[in-house]
Design a protein around this ligand. Sequence first.
Ligand SMILES: [Zn+2]
Ligand SMILES: [Zn+2]
Length: 390
Amino acid sequence: MKKQIIILFLLITTLAHSENLTNVTVRILTTRVITTFIFSPLTGNYMVYGDGLLLTDCDPSGIYQMNVENDSIRLKTFEKNIGKYASIKFYSKAPEAVFKIKSVNPLSKVRTYDNNLEVGLSPDKKQFTLINNVDLEKYISGVVQSEAGKRISMEYYKLQSILCRTFLLTNITRHEAEGFQVCDDVHCQAYNEKATELNVIKAVQDTRGLVVVDNDLNLITAAFHSNCGGMTCNSQDVWSISTTYLKSVKDTFCLNSPNAHWQRSISYEDWNTYLQLKHKYPVADSLKVATNTSFSQTYGRAVYFTDKDLKIPLKTIRADFKLKSTYFSIEQDGDSVKFNGRGYGHGVGLCQEGAMHQAILGYSYKHILNFYYKDVHLVDLSALKYFKAE
Ligand SMILES: [Zn+2]
Ligand SMILES: [Zn+2]
């Protein structure tokens, strides 16, 4: 009981940074430079505000176009020009409202989102900053569908829901200086549109408010990746941060999944030049040269390439050559150096393809959670309100 109270106290402290626990502000279409777009309600009615003043009500027949014009936002319908503003807000009148948005310049497909849209301009006033002010659990549903994909088992969706919620709460101040909480790119978590998959929506509802804490009662860094290749990584080997729960585990569940194996060839000359110029690799030393094309990780993951003294981090090689993972062995193949790789992603925390396979085999989300994260606990945030009322 005492431990539970401490957990709740720490969570309150952690969440004090979050102004609002029920809604989250997400920058959407983050990677696009949008100068013209169209907004339209799909279901429900909206109120349209310009610079904070209510301009009009809008039902699903309403269509609004906005474009960047002389450092302002021009708002118009098909019938008329409404005006120029610094900011525009479309606020839904009901919690189930959904809107459509279509970028016209550049041209892209229609996307749908839950709840509200806040339209502003970038600091240089050359493009839109579009912020979806959305119910937290609806946002989590959108993230789970974007991160996990469609037609995955229910138990996996539940697990992903809990991890995405935990990740959100530990990263809620990431974009504070820019006027929103998280972006929709992989920098934070992928959030492509509102969830449509019924199992995703149900899984998020079934795990509503659940988050993961470690033995020290802090929300965990809920790291996950596509495929570990058979063994996950210690967090300190990838990010130089040691945790009690992000520990390397052997995982045979992902070995037959799509991202379990990869191959890549680089010319021997390019490889040698890279090692010499970037890492001062002693290519004149014949013994060292002989080992630079016979690197093996057959019996487990390494942190450094070939030689501990040189300390060339595998994560640097991965980044420089845009390799799928650091879990590779190499061999010379004529004029080329052949990389035989395993897995996809940084390798820390949950292996998505392994976890999906475990869910298909019938393991519960709690079992899978404890397989990839050591000594962690599930906590229900809904207890917070009760605790606060005490
Ligand atoms: Zn971000
Ligand atoms: Zn795995």
